[in-house]
Design a protein around this ligand. Structure first.
Ligand code: ZN
Length: 504
């Protein structure tokens, strides 16, 4: 037998099957995109069927024992493969092993529970009634504990859930990091709230033509490097990014007439996600390497563009005059008023509306609560009380009802525990990357003042985007910064920026 030919035909089979699975997943994403943008409401029922069929098909193709055998065989011959081939096989085998750990009956029951939990959550939130949601959440926590047992873990079962979203991350790593963030950020927020130097926000509260807002988002997206020939922007209730290929990465944003900045910050956030996905290597197309490393790394890209760049004084030195050209009502508003308004800090109940200074506190609260639920230190019925106690502790707020408290997020109804920490990790990674970027591009501030983002984008392309899934999150952070996860870069960034804004 000619092993060269055998290896060659195995590789062809690997790429053929991987390509089919990725095509089905991309098609499913396209249906999802349509559902959230243009699908008429009555299409929902048939759409749910179509999506379920496509996911089942993709799952079946990917988890076939024969395909697992092929992956193992290729993996055992890795010395004969190129580095990229070996990596693609390794990543596919990792996914294969994860997807086949859960028994079919469990997956089926879990997906039934997800739809039931989602529907129950929607009504419970509308009526601010946690007791209606409690039984289904209790069952969800039980099933998540079971899931952790199937997936396997070291230390706490929460690690198995965390690993689904941020490979290799553990509670032991997060705990001290979050404890320091909680302590220092709540101290900072307190100082900001008590500062006599509060921003003037009165001028923001007036109507802002939504078409003009839209045109401005397009201008900024083009400037930062989003390729409209390989993507498009549409409108949706919740902004999101989706991709079907690196040459078709779509984003959405929201438009509210009385909010001047919500469309722009939504667009730049999703634009950051999209630049990542448009930046994968052409040669990785239709392989598992043309994918994001983790949710935390994905979020580092969106938050870097939205917050670190898009809310910086340098960015507004360039864009305030451009925004003023579009809105006559801004003639008497200064650059400084714009900068202070877009960086206004205000403790509030709702995570998705939170500013940069309070955002991580919302995440830490959820992490602590999820961990206690999974470890059995908190009973499901005690969730509201514990939530409200932590809101008081971290943000000094009294939660008026559960709709503004523990019922606000969709995540738990989907069975997504271990997901929230990735948002905070995105903030930390972004700040760590920025320290290196500032060393490598010393004139970054003046480039941004000129609206020149291409050196920054080029840096992100080569150091982060093109890596694809060749590294784990911690390997990427290590390779870029020479260090592990660190909290100081983010805290230094926040303290410097907000001390100046609020004259602390
Ligand atoms: Zn995001």
């Amino acid at each position: 037998m000619n092993t060269g030919t055998t290896l060659q035909s195995q590789l062809e089979e690997f790429h053929r099957r991987m390509g089919e699975v990725l095509d089905l997943n991309a098609t499913n994403s396209l249906l999802q995109w349509d559902q959230e943008t243009y699908m008429p409401p009555k299409g929902a029922e048939a759409r749910a069927q179509q999506q379920a069929t496509l996911s089942a098909l993709a799952h079946r193709l990917f988890t076939e024992p024969a395909f697992g055998g092929l992956l193992r065989s290729l993996s055992s011959q890795r010395d004969a493969l190129s580095d990229d081939q070996a990596k693609a096989v390794e990543v596919a085998l990792y996914d294969y092993e994860n997807e086949t750990k859960l028994p079919g009956a469990f997956v089926h029951e879990f997906s039934l529970l997800q739809s039931k939990a989602y529907q129950t959550w929607v009504t419970a939130r509308e009526q601010a009634d946690f007791s209606a949601y409690q039984p289904v959440l209790k069952r969800m926590v039980e099933m998540l504990r079971q899931k952790a047992e199937y997936l396997g873990y070291e230390g706490t079962p929460y690690n198995a859930l965390l690993n689904e979203y941020e490979r290799g991350m553990t509670v032991d790593t997060l705990k001290p990091v979050f404890a320091q963030l909680a302590q220092e950020q709540s101290t900072l927020v307190k100082a900001i709230v008590e500062s006599p130097n509060q921003p003037d926000l009165g001028w923001v509260d007036q109507p802002w033509d939504v078409d003009t807002q839209w045109d401005f988002t397009i201008e900024v997206l083009r400037d930062i490097g989003y390729d409209f020939d390989a993507g498009r922007q549409d409108r949706s209730v919740h902004p999101f990014t989706t991709n079907f290929d690196l040459a078709d990465v779509r984003i959405t944003t929201r438009l509210h007439e009385r909010e001047l900045f919500s469309a722009l910050t939504g667009s730049v956030h999703e634009g950051g996600h999209a630049l990542y996905e448009q930046g994968f290597l052409e040669s990785d197309r239709r392989t598992p390497l043309a994918e994001a490393i983790s949710l935390g790394i994905h979020e580092s890209q969106s938050r870097l563009w939205e917050n670190v760049i898009g809310r910086s004084p340098q960015f507004w030195t360039h864009y305030a005059p451009r925004l003023r050209e579009r809105f006559a009502a801004l003639q008497s508003v200064t650059d400084e008023q714009i900068i202070r308004a877009i960086n206004a800090v205000q403790p509030s109940f709702i995570r998705v509306e939170a500013d940069e200074c309070t955002y991580n506190l919302h995440i830490i609260l959820r992490f602590e609560l999820e961990l206690a639920l999974i470890e059995g230190d908190c009973q499901v019925e005690d969730t509201p009380a514990l939530w409200n106690e932590k809101m008081k502790q971290y943000l000094g707020l009294d939660v008026p009802d559960d709709a503004n408290g523990c019922l606000q997020d969709i995540h738990w109804s989907h069975g997504a525990m271990g997901y929230f920490p990735t948002y905070a990790l995105g903030n930390l990674y972004a700040a760590q990357f920025m320290e290196v970027i500032r060393t490598d591009i010393p004139d970054l501030d003046s480039l941004i003042e000129q609206g020149n983002f291409s050196p920054l984008l080029q840096w992100l392309r080569t150091r982060v985007h093109q890596v694809g899934r060749r590294k784990t999150p911690s390997e990427l952070v290590e390779s870029v910064t020479g260090d592990g996860l660190r909290v100081e870069p983010y805290l230094n960034y926040l303290k410097k920026k907000y001390s100046e804004l609020y004259s602390l």
